[in-house]
Design a protein around this ligand. Structure first.
Ligand code: NAD
Length: 357
């Protein structure tokens, strides 16, 4: 049965980069037997302009019924003065909540050809390929009680609660174990079990379910050490799994190892592996409409979709190999161009990937 993909171009450079990714999907459908249908819908500022709100009910319903969602980016200067409750970014949060996307997968990968783009030495990062799995809907960002209260002596006190149920740890850990099975079979769980009881339980649950994945080698690391190791020797890792807050921080750190925001895809998954796939960058209003944006993060998001939601790992490899080929051939959009190189446009980069396919 054909699988349905909802396409949400969004705002700014969103429509330009998503158009290149759609060309890749059409090629896989028409030439390589990928059985998919695609439907486009509105989200973010584009939806506000057309309907008054950032996430029309029709878009949410289509996304709920779909097998996967591909999103460009949302936001832009013209919507910044709106009330926070109806800004474009609310559309994104509404999708994450409405689809119950509790697992955020962020690879940090650095193609050999772009090693010079990193702030770290090329030999430390060239060929880097790690995956951070972050719990997205629990932990200290959502735990109750929370707030700011006034003590008897009149001093104010801010407080939040770090809370994880066993079932929450188990479901995110299972996503990470399965991801490790699809990659190099190594999983490092990051916690602060020496200080925080909630992450002591986290570690216990990860160990308990590890027996279901005998082909995955499990290790544990305290978060402070993990931050240090990510900068010292990031290639020692394959998959990392961690809490919402630790993952927030570590995934941003890891994304900078690879130098360019225009290269990194992401996935957010629900319990059935249905996912929303998007580049990690925003709508880049400063270069929107100029055919300058790098479409590779969005095209690599399609590769993640093929691997995690559509169960087509061979086609995911095909797409990643095509991206590697265009980089090896020397094609660069402006954001990854070294001095003396001539940049190609968004469309030219998309066409080059298509030709490499
Ligand atoms: P941004 O990621 O849009 O841009 C940061 C810088 O990176 C800009 O100079 C931009 O030109 C550049 N850049 C980003 N993507 C690029 C690409 N593919 N190719 C080349 N250069 C690229 O972040 P920002 O400027 O802080 O935010 C702009 C808007 O995007 C805001 O409205 C923000 O709320 C929104 N935003 C949306 C998302 C999302 O949709 N997931 C994420 C972050 C920010």
């Amino acid at each position: 049965m054909s699988q349905n993909i909802v396409i949400l171009p969004g705002d700014g450079i969103g429509p330009e980069i998503v158009a290149q990714a759609v060309k890749v999907l059409e090629h896989l459908r028409d030439e390589r037997g990928l059985d998919i249908t695609m439907q486009e819908a509105l989200v973010g500022g584009a939806a506000i302009d057309a309907t008054g709100g950032p996430l029309p009910g029709e878009t949410l319903n289509l996304a709920k019924a779909a097998d996967a969602v591909l999103l460009g980016a949302v936001g832009g200067y013209q919507w910044e003065s709106l009330d926070a409750s109806i800004r474009p970014e609310k559309g994104l949060l509404g999708l994450r909540a409405g689809l119950e996307l509790f697992a955020n997968l962020r690879p940090a990968l650095l193609f050999e050809e772009l090693a010079q783009a990193s702030t770290l030495r090329p030999e430390v990062v060239a060929g880097l390929d790690i995956l951070i799995v972050r719990e997205l809907t629990g932990g200290i960002y959502f735990g109750q009680p929370r707030g700011v209260r006034t003590l008897e002596n009149g001093e104010r006190e801010g407080y939040n609660t770090l809370v994880y149920r066993e079932s929450e740890v188990e479901r995110i850990a299972r996503v990470a174990f399965r991801a490790a099975q699809k990659r190099n079979g190594r999983l490092c769980s990051v916690d602060k079990a020496n200080v925080l009881e909630s992450t002591e339980l986290w570690r216990e649950v990860v160990n308990r379910i590890s027996s279901d994945y005998p082909d995955v080698e499990v290790s544990h690391m305290y978060v402070d050490n993990a931050a240090m190791q990510l900068v010292r020797d990031p290639k020692q890792f394959d998959v990392l799994v961690t809490t919402n807050m630790f993952g927030d921080i570590l995934s941003d750190l890891a994304s900078m190892l690879s130098g360019s925001i225009g290269m990194l895809p992401s996935a957010s998954l629900d319990k059935n592996n249905k996912g929303m796939y998007e580049p990690i960058h925003g709508s880049a209003p400063d270069i929107a409409g100029q055919d300058k944006a790098n479409p590779l993060a969005t095209i690599l998001s399609v590769a993640m979709m093929l691997r995690y939601s559509l169960q087509q790992p061979a086609l995911a490899d095909v797409v990643e190999t095509a991206v590697q080929k265009v980089l090896a051939d020397g094609l660069r959009t402006a954001d990854i161009c070294a001095a003396g190189q001539t940049p190609v446009s968004t469309t030219q980069m998309g066409d080059a990937v298509l030709a490499a396919l």
